[in-house]
Design a protein around this ligand. Sequence first.
Ligand code: AGP
Length: 617
Amino acid sequence: MCGIVGYIGKRQALPIVIEGLKRLEYRGYDSAGVALWDGKKLQDERAAGRISVLEGNLQRKSWAGNLAIAHTRWATHGKPSEANAHPQSDCTKGIEVVHNGIIENHAELREALIREGHKFVSDTDTEVISHLIERAFLVNAKEKILLEHAVLDGLRHVTGTFGIAVISKHDPRKLVAARRGSPLILGIGKDEFMVSSDVSAIVEHTRKVVYLHDDELAVLTPQGYEILGFNKKTISKPLNTIDWDVVSAQKGGYPHFMKKEIFEGPETLENAFRGRLLEAGKGGLVKLGGIEEIKNKLLTVRRILVVACGTSYYAGLVGKYFFENFSRIPCSVEHASEFRYSNPVLEKNTLVIAISQSGETADTLEALRDAKKRGALAIGIVNVVGSTIARESDAGVYNHAGPEIGVASTKAFLSQLGVLALLAMLLGKEKEAVSEVMLQKFSAELKSLPVKIKKILAMDEKIRKLAEKYLKYDNFLFLGRKYQYPVALEGALKLKEISYKYAEGLAAGEMKHGPIALVDEDMPCIVLAPKDSVYEKMLSNIEEIKARGGKILAVATEGDERIAKLADDVIYIPHTMEEAAPFLSVVPLQLFAYHTSDLLGLDVDKPRNLAKSVTVE
Ligand code: AGP
């Protein structure tokens, strides 16, 4: 997610906002920029790359002023570049805007504004906000409206999410901030005020903060601040005191980035679906802008091949079920590291899907290149905008999951499942391979998932106690069938990569073909047995394990009493469709692995021997 820092007050603004950006570097970014009012005019500077590049550019200027806004960009629309860095201006460079969020209707707004004569210089969604505010000033030129009212007039046209900070030559002694869907916090100092997307940029200057809520706008001046609703009425808000230090502030108050990212799961899914999973009856159910231009080629697809590594590979295994059930197109999923050396046979009309959170995994990148050389059409499902895999794919869908800092991938996995589900629904509808009823049912279920995941997250303490109970074991089996088999593999990977205990994921039907020889009282089995089409089979597995003295920790559908009689422990997940169950059953496993590692006092965010992105082969 992008980082925003703004300052107005008695001190020089530039060093404060630049230092503030450095506090936000942990979030990951691809470019940065700053705008300052020097008492006579607006200055601005942008740079692709690190903040140090921006600082180098600024050293050649002698800017002074008490009002500035700054931004680190995590690209969502428009590649990482100086032109696409924020702040984004209007035609007269009289308005500067920094933005965090996604403007869903930016294309229509851009076309309308261009028709009115506005000139755009970037391919960001954000730039439309600057021109909308400019238009508000132009339309109200006679009465010289206030900046906050111009901002509100502009935002009325916007669909999507935003956290913005705005300064302007039209109303210069003022910083205006507004939010809908992206966090904004005000720092209340002595004769100085700040705004940021993240308290870690504020906390070294003041611990007094005001949290803006959706559809609220703040007006900051050197004399004080005012909060307005989008109806322009003044709102009084409580002053909060932050007792975090900077580092814990970066983790949003969580002890580790991994835990913060597990708890970001619900909003991650909302971001993956935002503007893509449409209301029923609005034409197609799914809209994926990134593959629009190859949509006609998708109709000729006869086979899907997914290439990925690690957690992304396991997401691909769930995707196989989505594709085959919704679009009836045969799908295979291969470890990228195996695919690329296998002299693969790719028929004509093969669609290759490369899944990668980082977009830089060497094996996945080489597999993608090899598949393209063999004539395949390539789609990337990637989180990092402008990454190599994203750039080398013929088309793609970004996760919009925001930066994932913890080495163990959690929210990205949920987002990958979400994008795969959308792609399968779109293909199924295009090929008329799935009923409208099923599409509507699945779409409604997907929309209900963020709330259901929150219910599971509320069991965090209970899951920690279970991790404590099972801490003494060194080896685990994870069992699942059908949609739950890839989740068993992912749960095993989570546990082993951050707790260093041995864990193996298995297709439960394989137990009797060997692995059941491993079962005894020292080999607990984590069994994924939600109410689904293979539930009875999973009960048989549980009985076989019990008969051999094995311990069972089951993940089951809430209200299932049968399983409570059989398992030693049960973690209940909300009821859902079989096809949507992986989104829910993976969450307890993420938390179980997290707490096991934390209880062992290990480095949860940076486990030994591992890197966040494996850019070497
Ligand atoms: C997952 O927790 C691991 N960090 C690892 O398996 C990871 O999923 C794998 O390296 C693939 O990374 P990518 O999604 O960035 O390509």
